[in-house]
Design a protein around this ligand. Structure first.
Ligand SMILES: [Fe+2]
Ligand SMILES: [Fe+2]
Length: 374
């Protein structure tokens, strides 16, 4: 076996060892929402041609206080004179976040505010974000970064990593995107050429660019050194903290080190963007949630979709508000937290009985999406 195969075998073992799973005092349930078309029964679904679903994830902490926050990411703004389609969707998300009642305690903007790192795009993003008056925290995406290597981003939105405590939860924001190997200097690429290569899903020149890196590993280590092993931790990243699909950088290349580092902590949740799709995974004691984009939904990877994910049905190509959205996470009485994908699908009418997102991961087998079978 080569090194990658050994790593994958280790991950496989970690995933199969339920005794090592996340803290079961934190209960996750998942509701599945069905689309209006299904009201007419199977014939309606068949006539519609696909079976749209959205998912919510509910978390109930065994202890902790109440709070609620919002996540928006992957707006991919172009300058207004290029197009306003993505602007419209970012505006909608920010208005909806600001209208939350009761208000969210804070907003996490999870990266890819801009499309090509253009200061005009980042400035536009900052203006649109002005709609939101609650506390805002930022982590960068690769589309924000590789034109000027983060200079404008850091000046406007602050540098990562960062950490703070909020009502019994230690919260950490990481930069997983500034770690690309230097493919540009020897080729004498311009900044725009570099950004162009970094802005495509399956670009080969950037290679395995996503990582946490040694400095941030030390940051996590020292941040958690005085934190009780069973107390809740939320880590925000642009890319997922595990290996989902390396070919599209749906991972961090040093995921194995991250997971070893976090192994002593039994209540870690990683919330990430970049994948532009509903994802849920558990590896060892860490749970991981992939968030919707406001811009467009990426396809699911051809392999490696986490078994605990109910893949969302692909978007209606005639509706650019379909398959995208934002998310809120709300903690209620007794520390119960509901995490909900706010997908902008037109007519959601019912939710199915809650099913467990944690206890049956050995029994869940990923099968072709219903839309593919129809
Ligand atoms: Fe993105
Ligand atoms: Fe991204």
């Amino acid at each position: 076996m080569n090194a990658l195969e050994l790593d994958r075998a280790a991950r496989q073992r970690a995933q199969q060892d339920l005794a090592q799973g996340p803290d079961r005092g934190t209960v996750w349930t998942r509701r599945t929402f069905l689309h209006e078309s299904l009201r007419q029964g199977a014939a309606g679904a068949a006539a519609f041609g696909f079976l749209p679903l959205i998912n919510t994830l509910d978390i109930a902490y065994a202890q902790g206080q109440s709070f609620r926050f919002a996540w928006v990411s992957d707006t991919h703004l172009y300058p207004r004179n290029v197009n306003t389609r993505f602007v419209d969707k970012a505006v909608r998300a920010f208005k909806e976040v600001q209208a939350m009642n009761p208000p969210a305690d804070f907003l996490i903007f999870g990266g890819d505010l801009a499309q090509l790192g253009d200061p005009v795009e980042l400035q536009l993003g900052a203006e649109l974000l002005g709609e939101i008056k609650i506390r805002k925290l930022f982590i960068p995406g690769e589309h924000d970064w590789y034109l000027d290597m983060g200079a404008t981003w850091n000046r406007m939105f602050g540098a990562s990593p960062w950490t703070f405590d909020h009502k019994g939860v230690r919260i950490i924001g990481l930069d997983t995107i500034s770690h690309a190997p230097d493919f540009w200097t020897s080729r004498k690429y311009s900044a725009h050429e570099r950004m162009g290569h970094m802005s495509v899903l399956d670009g080969t020149l950037g290679g395995a660019w996503s990582a946490v890196g040694d400095k941030q590993m030390q940051f996590i280590s020292s941040t958690l050194s005085n934190w009780p092993k069973g107390a809740p931790v939320i880590i925000f990243t642009h890319t997922p903290l595990y290996e989902y699909y390396p070919a599209w950088n749906f991972w961090v290349r040093d995921w194995k080190v991250v997971q070893e580092l976090l192994a002593p902590y039994s209540n870690v949740t990683n919330v990430h963007g970049h994948v532009h799709q509903v994802l849920y995974n558990e590896i060892g004691k860490m749970r991981s949630i992939g968030m919707l984009a406001t811009s467009w939904p990426w396809p699911y990877a051809p392999e490696g979709v986490p078994t605990l994910t109910k893949p969302m049905i692909r978007a209606d190509p005639g509706d650019h508000f379909d398959g995208v959205g934002w998310a809120s996470l709300q903690s209620g009485v007794g520390g119960r937290v509901d995490n909900e994908y706010r997908m902008w699908r037109k007519t959601v009418f019912a939710d199915a009985a809650a099913d467990s997102g944690t206890d049956d991961n050995r029994n869940q087998v990923l099968s072709p999406r219903l839309s593919d079978r129809l």
